[in-house]
Unconditional design. Structure first.
Length: 402
């Protein structure tokens, strides 16, 4: 039975409406799937960033402890070796200390101080990175080590004599003794080690020989000559180490204590050089507030509120960060912490690029496939309505299109 003219427009409208609804449903489903994947990958990228941050923090803590461990071992053993501890050891002690400095390049100096004020120091001055130290001491350009000996003369005046040696231990230059202004007995590293047989670490101070800022690891001597053995580590070495440990372009790793004082910071120029005690060269501590870095301040405040040794989410000036705080250097009382802070957008940036590319490809694919899908839907509906011919818009009469 032939369709009437009044029925044909109705069937055409139903066909168009049904096809349009199916197209809208498919587009909505595709867009929903794309958007869900878009949001899901964002959350997963942050979780992956937190995992990476935790692993990096553990790795840095391990490497910083490895940085300390050889020094701890040297101090612990050398303070018990007669060839080093005896006041008259002389060349034997010098040879041992130069061997230690050659073996561990991050060590700056090794020395012994005695309770009568005598002092024997060997410090590294060779290489481009020690040019400032050579200039400070007036050492020859080809010197590898500087050796200072402080002894009391027959009149009881303490005098310091300097000599400069090449890498093989041969003397390049010697200077006549001059009156010594340095007394190891008043220094923190010496006083800390006097109370027990433990290994101690001083607060940062200015080294007398090189004017570097650093810390000293020390231990009381065992033997007939009371005194203390010490090893110097320059803060610059720790700062350089931390500056190399970047997770992203602007991530930051630093060491602080529970009082909010900075122990080591990637930019050494931020460390306060104000001396609070001229006799000991002890420095006014650099605090978190002194850095004037709101992100570092947020890490410290977050660690106090939420507890140390944890991942801390932060919002600072409208930007999102994640930070990791981990205890470090437990050998010295466990009051120091490593802080690492990373902007969230720098963690998610590579994934954001992938997500955007996937979104563009999905939209382009949808735009290319949608016309073909529309034609197939119309053709399918055309057959379902009983028409034998395939859908052909050119074959429609003007009445069909009314």
């Amino acid at each position: 039975m032939a369709q009437s003219k009044s029925e044909r427009p109705l069937s055409m409208r139903a066909q168009v409406a049904t096809a349009g609804l199916l197209i809208i449903i498919v587009v909505a489903l595709v867009c929903g799937i794309v958007w869900y994947n878009f949001k899901k990958t964002a959350a997963l990228s942050v979780l992956e960033g937190q995992r990476l941050l935790t692993e990096s923090a553990s790795d840095i803590v391990h490497q910083v402890e490895l940085f300390y461990e050889p020094v701890l071992a040297i101090v612990a053993l050398a303070s018990r070796v007669p060839g080093i501890t005896e006041r008259a050891a002389g060349n034997e002690r010098l040879a041992m200390e130069m061997t230690g400095l050659k073996r561990y390049p991050h060590l700056l100096s090794l020395y012994v101080g005695y309770d009568n004020g005598d002092f024997d120091l060997v410090t590294r001055v060779g290489g481009e990175d020690r040019a400032v130290e050579r200039q400070t001491l007036g050492a020859p350009d080809n010197a590898a080590f500087a050796h200072e000996v402080i002894r009391s003369d027959d009149s009881g005046v303490r005098r310091a004599a300097w000599s400069f040696l090449d890498g093989g231990g041969n003397i390049i230059e010697q200077r006549p003794p001059t009156e010594a202004g340095y007394d190891p007995r008043v220094r923190e590293w010496y006083r800390l080690a006097q109370g027990d047989d433990n290994v101690h670490r001083s607060d940062p101070y200015v080294f007398a020989s090189s004017q570097d800022i650093g810390i000293t690891i020390s231990r009381r001597l065992q033997g007939s000559n009371p005194g203390v053995f010490g090893a110097d580590l320059a803060i610059r070495e720790v700062a350089n180490f931390l500056s190399q440990k970047k997770i992203t372009d602007t991530s930051k790793a630093f060491i602080f204590n529970s009082q909010g004082e900075i122990v080591a910071y990637p930019d050494e120029s931020k460390i306060n050089r104000t001396v609070k005690d001229p006799q000991t060269s002890a420095l006014v501590p650099t605090t978190v507030a002194d850095l004037k870095d709101p992100v570092v301040a947020a890490v410290f405040e977050g660690s106090k509120k939420l507890g140390y040794e944890r991942t801390i989410p932060l919002e600072v000036n409208g930007h999102s960060y994640i930070a990791e705080v981990v205890p470090i250097a437990q050998q010295f009382g466990g009051t120091d912490f490593l802080g690492i802070v990373v902007p969230v957008d720098e963690i998610t940036a590579p994934i954001e690029v992938i997500r955007l590319e996937a979104l563009i490809y999905s939209v382009v694919a949808l735009a290319l496939v949608l016309p073909l899908y529309g034609i197939l839907v119309f053709a399918w509906l055309d057959r379902r309505l009983g028409r034998n011919s395939s859908f052909d818009i050119k074959g429609l009469s003007s009445e069909d299109l009314e």
